[in-house]
Design a protein around this ligand. Structure first.
Ligand code: ADP
Ligand code: ADP
Length: 220
């Protein structure tokens, strides 16, 4: 069965805005799928529905099992400014009951793999935009999620930093075993990263086209 399956999904907000109408979507475990569309077409709403942060107004939505971890990465790094990189990344484990000592090896390895070795004790304000994003991704990956949801994560970064993060994200996805659902309004980014691009259009938001992309990297 697919990891995510949406059938005839509507989302109307209390304000009356119909953000999503009759949206059909399926994502298989292990895929890298992008949701591509203009600003305001409902991409974030779809991601929030998939994360369980919003309830659909109509339709059916199959999500990963409740006990499976899901990681969420926003465009603005939402790191706690008063906490070190280590403590920020530790937070999801801490909430799950894991002590600092038991978390240490996992976090050291993870910081190394996202390119933040040596920065465990740094504070967010000391980091560049790209490095803050790396820390946010580490925090999203620390519980070994089955699904990584990303909402225009690199949109605010300069082109070079963004390209480096695109390449690194692909490497983490290839070795990490998680499924990626990536929201972007960049055609280039969607086609560069994904095996499948779901093109959204607005008023109200729905998927108008699905594009399969032949990638130079292997599927797993
Ligand atoms: P995108 O991510 O593609 O920019 P969004 O999903 O953020 O689009 O928004 C889709 C539409 O839903 C927009 O018209 C937006 O104003 C509206 N919307 C988003 N969130 C809310 C909310 N919490 N309450 C009311 N309207 C919302
Ligand atoms: P990124 O591409 O991850 O945003 P940058 O291009 O901003 O990284 O920074 C390049 C390198 O400079 C980083 O990998 C890091 O080693 C170093 N660096 C950036 N900010 C700091 C800092 N505040 N203290 C020490 N080294 C830094």
């Amino acid at each position: 069965p697919p990891l995510i399956e949406a059938r005839h999904l509507d989302k109307r907000f209390a304000t009356g805005t119909l953000a999503v109408r009759d949206l059909n979507l399926h994502v298989e475990a292990g895929e890298f799928v992008s949701l591509l569309g203009p600003s305001g077409c409902g991409k974030s709403t779809v991601l929030r529905l998939v994360a369980g942060l919003e309830q659909p107004s109509r339709g059916r939505l199959r999500l990963p099992k409740a006990e499976a971890a899901v990681g969420y990465v926003f465009q603005e790094p939402t790191l706690m400014p008063w906490a070190s990189v280590f403590d920020n990344v530790w937070l999801p484990l801490r909430i799950a009951g894991c002590t600092r000592e038991r978390a240490r090896d996992r976090i050291d390895t993870l910081l190394q793999s996202v390119g933040l070795q040596g920065f465990a004790h740094a504070f967010p304000a000391e980091l560049s935009g790209g490095m803050k994003m790396r820390a946010s991704i580490a925090r999203a990956l620390v519980r070994q999620p089955v699904l990584l949801l990303m909402d225009e994560p690199f949109a605010a970064l300069d082109e070079i930093t963004r390209q480096k993060l695109n390449d690194d994200l692909l490497a983490w996805w290839r070795t990490g075993g998680f499924t990626s659902l990536f929201v972007t309004h960049s055609v280039f980014e969607a086609v560069y990263l994904s095996q499948r691009v779901l093109v959204m259009s607005h008023r109200p938001g729905h998927i108008v086209e699905e594009v399969h992309v032949e990638q130079p990297y292997p599927r797993h």
